[in-house]
Ligand binder design. Structure first.
Ligand code: GTA
Length: 329
């Protein structure tokens, strides 16, 4: 099933090319790559590195803090998975340099054509102090948050300290990423926009990652949900799954659909990731399956208002200090 889904990145069920799933081909005659990306001026050519916030040899990524024209920026560089459909070109179109040979064993350095050797690059600029901290590797602590703690500690903190959700409003108002939308239900109560998460390069379904953003603007997180939001959650769950099946040929049994608590961005959104892909933040200490959330609200309308919830906080998170001050840690 995975292999057929991979092939479907090239064509949807009708056999037409999927509009925003790139096929890894070279630039076309318009100077644009397949899909909707254009070749941009290199905004990173003058990038000055201040520090490496974190890196991982296994995940093949690096998070860097630096300056772009005197503005703080975070740049994330990440090597992308090797796609099965690029293998023929990779073998025929590359230069192979022998490193060592021993009996039946040999290792090489394969120099691939540039378009098969891209690095996914994410830029946050201007980055706030909070962004810089977010990407720094730090120890985490599990916090136990009662209903009272939420009202007295967490809520006042997030009202003052949370990341801007301007990017979310830009998506809902079609001021950004409009061409990337996979599905939209425009209903103001139960409607949402489903689009690729910016962590996904859309080149293979193995690491599929989409987010559904609710049109309703007054739901900050799981804590605000009551049984009145069940139709909204059911709608996102059902139509999100259908849209993903339609577009990527991935059935619901291959999806992990969940909400984060705490999220980074306090506007209701739901994560759709491929089962088996170890997406950042999909662990039990942070991810709440939407199916469980719906059932919990059906059995107790005030479930998320009243339960003690557990979540990890980084050592340098201001919210952690507040929990410490209140003697909760
Ligand atoms: N389409 O502009 C955007 C956009 N922004 C600003 C955030 N997202 C966006 N998607 C689109 N356009 O999945 C996505 C995020 C995230 C979701 C918000 O919205 O990618 P959340 O509120 O629950 O916050 O979800 P979360 O999960 O903490 O945010 P995030 O950024 O995923 O951070 C979690 C950890 O993932 C980070 O600490 C870091 O370790 C890792 N991470 C973040 N970005 C990357 C990356 N580009 N590559 C690799 N790892 C990353």
């Amino acid at each position: 099933a995975d292999t057929s889904a991979k092939r479907l990145l090239d064509s949807d069920k009708t056999g037409e090319p999927a509009p925003d799933v790139k096929r890894g081909k070279t630039d076309n005659e318009n100077g644009r790559e397949d899909g909707n990306e254009s070749v941009q001026e290199n905004v990173l050519s003058g990038f000055k590195t201040s520090s490496v916030l974190s890196d991982s040899a296994r995940e093949k990524n690096i998070f860097i803090h630096g300056k772009v024209a005197d503005q703080d920026a975070v740049v994330i560089l990440e090597k992308t998975p090797i796609r099965e459909d690029s293998l023929a070109e990779l073998f025929s179109g590359s230069t192979l340099k022998l490193e060592m040979k021993n009996d039946i064993y040999s290792t090489y350095r394969l120099q691939a054509p540039p378009h098969l050797n891209e690095i996914k690059t994410t830029v946050v600029c201007p980055a706030t102090e909070k962004h810089i901290k977010k990407y720094q590797r730090k120890e985490s602590f599990l916090v136990e948050e009662t209903e009272e703690n939420y009202k007295n500690i967490t809520l006042p903190h997030i009202v003052k300290q949370s990341f801007s959700v301007q990017w979310v409003y830009n998506i809902l108002e079609k001021k950004a990423e409009a061409e990337r939308i996979v599905y939209e239900d425009p209903d103001p109560d139960v409607g949402f926009v489903l689009l690729p998460d910016f962590k996904w390069d859309q080149k293979q379904v193995d690491d599929l990652y989409l987010i559904a953003i609710a049109h309703q603007r007054d739901i900050k997180s799981l804590r605000d949900l009551t049984s009145e939001h069940v139709p909204l959650l059911q709608n996102i769950f059902q139509k999100g799954k259908e849209a993903i099946l339609q577009r990527y040929n991935l059935p619901a049994s291959k999806l992990r659909v969940y909400l984060h608590y705490q999220p980074s961005y306090y506007h209701l959104h739901v994560h759709f990731t491929k089962l088996g892909y170890d997406a950042p933040g999909c662990g039990v200490e942070r991810a709440h399956l939407i199916a469980d959330v719906i059932q919990n609200l059906q059995s107790d309308p005030q479930y998320y208002k009243t339960r003690t919830l557990y979540f990890p906080l980084r050592a340098d998170d201001g919210l952690l200090s507040k929990f410490k001050e209140a003697g909760r840690l």
